[in-house]
Design a protein around this ligand. Structure first.
Ligand code: B12
Length: 324
């Protein structure tokens, strides 16, 4: 996306979240970026799935870095996929259910089998998921963002899939390179990994990264030297924490593809990650993709979350406990 547009949107989201924080107290920073108007977002399609209208306004379950949804004016009654049932018992109810989920419901069947359309769509989505896991990130994207590349202890994708523990450890060469090239003890360290979807990185990284940086800059935070970890797992952040000792680490990583999206990115955050950090002290903003949280808004939002983590000197469950 064009950098000026990214800047404009980032500024708006950060300002909005901060205004809400000053008006509504601490809780407001947790709110998700809302729908941007079409004039501002240009071609950005902002669409949040709003499955649980009854939970609107409530805090997320366990508060683990969840994003709250803003109330939608009206529930779209248009079905997201054509109803495959010829004579549904209650068509209105079925349309309503379908409008609330991207899951494959109401697709009908032909005898005992799925219909051809349904089956082909399933095969297509499954192939996209496999490609996302086994593909590599286009090196041009890393070049554009000046990210140097390091490896984990994983040799190839088969090993990556079978041995998550290898993906959680940096190789010895990686440790050397990171120590040589990166600024020590930054306030914020950003790292990126293909994780379980290189497609997620290709589709979303540039926008998330740009708006995250702008958001951190506008908050006056000092950012370290970013880099890319090939075939990394979330807990590889602990090795990076030991080496660089950042206050907050933001880890942008491809999510395990589902049959709804194969290009979904997550941002895992942690205050002072170190070897031995417990999972409960990490937090995640997931579902960053064009059918979920749009990348530019996600980047801006992550910046404000970093600010909150710094304020409480805690992340994940510890942050929730400190917030009270
Ligand atoms: C696989 C998965 C799991 C697996 C992880 C198994 C493993 N060792 O790989 C299991 C079943 C254990 C799991 C558990 C939980 N999960 Co989960 N999980 C996922 C899923 C489907 C994919 C994650 C992924 O691709 N990660 C990237 C790869 C590369 O990471 P990895 O290094 O291989 O594995 C690590 C991460 O997956 C991480 N992780 C997984 N879930 C969660 C949740 C949170 C809050 C955190 C901080 C980390 C985390 O833990 C793994 C070990 O370090 C996502 C869906 C999504 N759209 O992202 C939900 C998702 C991330 N999980 C979620 C939740 C709520 C949980 C639980 C809190 C559920 C619970 N009530 O116990 C726990 C917390 C686990 C934790 N580590 O703290 C939510 C988070 C919502 C949010 N925005 O906060 C998601 C988005 C699902 C959803 N839509 O509700 N999860």
């Amino acid at each position: 996306m064009n950098p000026e547009l990214v800047e404009q949107i980032t500024k708006m989201v950060v300002e909005k979240l901060q205004t809400k924080a000053s008006v509504g107290g601490e809780q407001a920073v947790e709110e998700a970026p809302s729908k941007m108007s079409d004039e501002v977002s240009g071609k950005v399609e902002v669409k949040f799935w709003n499955h649980r209208t009854d939970h609107i306004g409530a805090k997320c379950e366990q508060n683990l870095g969840c994003i709250e949804l803003e109330p939608e004016k009206e529930i779209p009654l248009e079905p997201k996929s054509p109803v495959g049932l010829e004579n549904p018992f209650n068509k209105e109810e079925l349309d309503l259910l379908i409008s609330k989920t991207p899951a494959r419901i109401g697709v009908g069947r032909a005898g005992l089998r799925p219909k051809t359309d349904t089956w082909l769509k399933f095969r297509f989505d499954h192939a996209a998921a496999v490609d996302a896991v086994y593909g590599d990130v286009d090196p041009k994207i890393l070049e554009n963002l000046s990210l140097f590349k390091v490896n984990t202890k994983v040799s190839d994708k088969e090993v990556y899939v079978r041995r998550p523990d290898f993906g959680r450890k940096l190789s010895d060469e990686a440790k050397q390179l990171i120590t040589q090239k990166c600024k020590k003890s930054p306030t914020v360290q950003i790292i990126v990994s293909d994780g379980l979807s290189s497609k997620a990185v290709e589709e979303n990284l540039e926008d998330v990264y740009l708006s995250l940086n702008q958001s951190l800059q506008s908050l006056g935070l000092d950012v370290g030297t970013p880099f890319f970890i090939e075939k990394g797992r979330v807990a590889a952040m602990d090795d990076v924490g030991d080496l660089l000792e950042p206050k907050v680490l933001v880890y942008l990583i491809g999510e395990r593809p589902g049959l709804v999206s194969a290009e979904s990115l997550s941002a895992y955050l942690c205050y002072e990650p170190r070897h031995g950090t417990i999972e409960a002290d990490r937090m995640v903003i997931s579902n960053i993709h064009k059918g979920g949280i749009p990348s530019v808004e996600a980047g801006a939002y992550i910046g404000t979350l970093v600010q909150k983590i710094l304020k409480y000197e805690a992340s994940g469950v510890s942050l929730v406990n400190k917030e009270g």
